[in-house]
Design a protein around this ligand. Structure first.
Ligand code: GLU
Length: 529
């Protein structure tokens, strides 16, 4: 049975690297119909943070990484919080003392720092000099009787070479003589990470330890501990470091590292998981799709496909994945609701990446409009100014024209539709366009004709009618489409880029349409050319 675990030290927030470790452990276990455990490694009491454990559990729940055993759940190896397992570690440390794989060290902090200074000066690697390894039984007893504080150290068999096969990195070997005699039990009686981690992985029957590359130097120490106890070590897999774009180690200084920050920024959990999974892993082969649900990730995941090289944490990629997820969700809801659409309705136009809706009955247009805008409204509701919402018909129409932008970045909705609602201002030059051959004269001519013609036009709810009448103006003036549409679009939006002119006219309605066309004409009055 494959059993993996996520063993975080609760720091108060969930690091994106931590989430990736949890995810890979989850995926590996689930892929092999095994079990995934959560164990809280809180032996470092100096770093205790109130509520951190609860917060971690909440985050894993929210993101959907359900664990089979762990705190708040029954399980054969409870408790799953190391600070509640203290007596156990003491017992195992005693066992190592008896087997002479560990020894008590009574060195004072002063002596140790003196030793280190000395080593530094003589350019030697900082290592415990084994002063207490050579204490006689009587000396040790004397210290114990005098209640001299002590730690328990691992006695590293320095002549050995530790060799193991990492499932990602291949054969790894370490000369034991480079390893320090680790502290296993601190003077406060609490175990260090090394002892507690090994004892628990063994007792909890962990078959695969999947963890960050930063733990690689600890692995030979752990393997020696397994050996000292006479236990079989688990398999190890060390996943690559997370890097900033400039290839330095991912740090708070260059961006957010806590999952909470990304949630606050509005990224969805499917997108976060999807993005995190691809940090150091790719399904490979001919697989081009990069949008996966958690279940799909379970199906595709394998440790062989995890890369050795550091993984770049690229926010633009996260934005892109989030966009793809928003589209997927949006179109799934729509398809689900709009049964009256053609069965193949929402077809993605692969070239443009756009979606096309096919109706079998035009009567359904209105119903569909309502359903579509309900979802869009919900997506960007919290980012919309209240005053815009007071005009429900206009806001719904406006949302339809910027649908793809909302799916991409709902937070910017307000920015994208400002021009529909607020007064606009622009440089007069915007009304012209050199390439499209729109000079001030042409702009004036087009806008004049439009202004006159639309006085008697009342079908602003019908986009096709708007289009027809504008095409007629193009023909009448013997101009090119752009020579009429560009100045009108610029006059109506005041923006260089915006939705198309028919859509904009449809949203604005007659009053605003005429008002803005007139404003542009007045501006042109005052321009000489
Ligand atoms: N408690 C360690 C951490 O905070 C666990 C490392 C391991 O997985 O062995 O990451």
């Amino acid at each position: 049975m494959i059993r993996t675990r996520f063993a975080p030290s609760p720091t108060g927030y969930l690091h994106v690297g931590g989430l990736r470790t949890a995810l890979y452990n989850y995926l590996y276990a689930k892929k092999h119909e095994g079990q995934f455990l959560l164990r809280i490694e809180d032996t470092d009491r100096k770093r205790f943070v109130e509520g951190a454990k609860e917060h971690l559990i909440e985050m894993l729940e929210w993101i959907g990484l359900d664990y089979d055993e762990g705190p708040n759940k029954e399980g054969p190896h409870a408790p799953y919080v190391q600070s509640e397992r203290n007596d156990l570690y003491k017992k195992y440390a005693e066992e190592l003392l008896e087997k002479k794989h560990a020894y008590r060290c009574f060195c004072t902090a002063d002596r140790l720092s003196e030793m280190r200074e000395h080593q530094e000066k003589s350019k030697k690697a900082p290592m415990y000099d084994r002063h207490c390894l050579y204490l006689s039984d009587e000396e040790t007893q004397k210290n114990l009787d005098a209640k001299t504080p002590f730690v328990i150290r691992q006695k590293i068999p320095s002549s050995e070479t530790v060799k193991y096969k990492d499932l990602i990195r291949g054969i790894i070997s370490f000369a034991a003589k480079t390893l320090d005699d680790q502290v296993l039990i601190k003077s406060d009686g609490f175990p260090t990470y090394h002892l507690a981690n090994v004892v628990d992985d063994h007792l909890m029957e962990i078959s695969h330890v999947i963890r960050g590359e930063e733990w690689l130097p600890s692995t030979p120490k752990h393997i020696l501990l397994y050996k000292a106890f006479g236990w079989t070590p688990p398999e190890f897999a060390h996943i690559p470091l997370l890097l900033n774009k400039d290839r330095t180690k991912l740090s708070k200084r260059q961006g957010d590292v806590s999952v909470e920050e990304y949630i606050k920024k509005g990224y969805g959990k499917e997108a976060i998981i999807n993005f995190i999974a691809f940090l150091g892993w790719h399904p490979g082969g001919s697989e081009e799709n990069e949008i996966f649900t958690l279940e799909e990730l379970v199906k595709h995941f394998s440790l062989e496909k995890v890369h050795k090289a550091g993984a770049i944490f690229d926010i633009e990629k996260l934005d892109w994945i989030n966009w793809q997820w928003n589209r997927r969700k949006y179109h799934t809801i729509l398809k689900d609701k709009a049964h009256y659409l053609d069965p193949n309705v929402i077809i993605e136009n692969p070239k443009k990446g756009e979606f096309v809706y096919k109706f079998n009955d035009p009567e359904n247009t209105e119903k569909f409009f309502k359903e579509r805008t309900d979802i869009l409204l919900e997506m960007c509701d919290e980012y919309l100014d209240e005053k815009y919402k007071k005009n429900p018909e206009k806001i719904r129409k406006a949302l339809v024209t910027i649908e793809e932008k909302i799916l991409r970045d709902p937070k910017s909705t307000q920015e994208y539709l400002k021009f529909y609602f607020d007064d606009i201002d622009y440089d007069n030059e915007l009304l012209t366009h050199e390439k499209m051959k729109v000079d001030y004269k042409t702009a004036r001519k087009s806008l004049n004709e439009i202004y006159e013609t639309f006085q008697n036009f009342d079908s602003f709810n019908d986009m096709d009618a708007i289009k027809n009448i504008l095409m007629k103006i193009v023909a009448k003036l013997e101009l090119k489409n752009g020579q009429v549409f560009w100045p009108l679009r610029a006059a109506l939006t005041g923006e260089k880029f915006s939705p198309g002119v028919f859509e904009v006219a449809w949203v604005l309605g007659k009053d605003d349409f005429l008002k803005r066309t007139k404003q542009a004409l007045d501006r042109l009055e005052n321009t000489k050319q």
